[in-house]
Design a protein around this ligand. Structure first.
Ligand SMILES: [Zn+2]
Length: 130
């Protein structure tokens, strides 16, 4: 369908600023490999260490920034599935997702914010205390 292809392109473009940030964060995290996925368009970068994680991000195993998924060497089974849920959230809320996520984080913290609850439930993966 033409309309859905247009929508996919529009959503991709709206999230491009975050995708660029994701690429930069991947580049500074000692990248080991990079993989491109189509439908949805995702760039999966395996990295050695996300040393820049501070605060609630300290010791993170994986991250999604726009259409970029970063997986550290500490990533566990189903972490990719978890991040794919976040990719879907970016697509459902183009451009504004990180802002909405941030407010949700302020309100409910990391573990109990609705985006993480959805991701942990759908991916059926576990949160480990860091
Ligand atoms: Zn998450």
């Amino acid at each position: 369908m033409v309309v859905s292809k247009l929508k996919i392109a529009l959503v991709f473009i709206l999230n491009l600023p975050y995708t660029f940030v994701g690429l930069i964060m991947g580049l500074i995290s000692y990248p080991k490999s990079i993989r491109f996925n189509k439908n949805p368009y995702i760039i999966i970068i395996r990295v050695k260490k996300m040393w820049w994680g501070i605060g609630y991000l300290k010791g993170i195993r994986a991250a999604t920034i726009g259409n970029v998924v970063l997986l550290s060497s500490k990533s566990k089974n189903k972490d990719l599935e978890h991040e794919l849920v976040h990719v879907g959230q970016y697509q459902d809320e183009p451009l504004v997702h990180p802002i909405l996520y941030f407010f949700e984080l302020l309100k409910n913290g990391y573990k109990n914010n609705k985006y993480e609850v959805e991701a942990y439930n759908k991916a059926d993966n576990n949160y480990y205390e860091r």
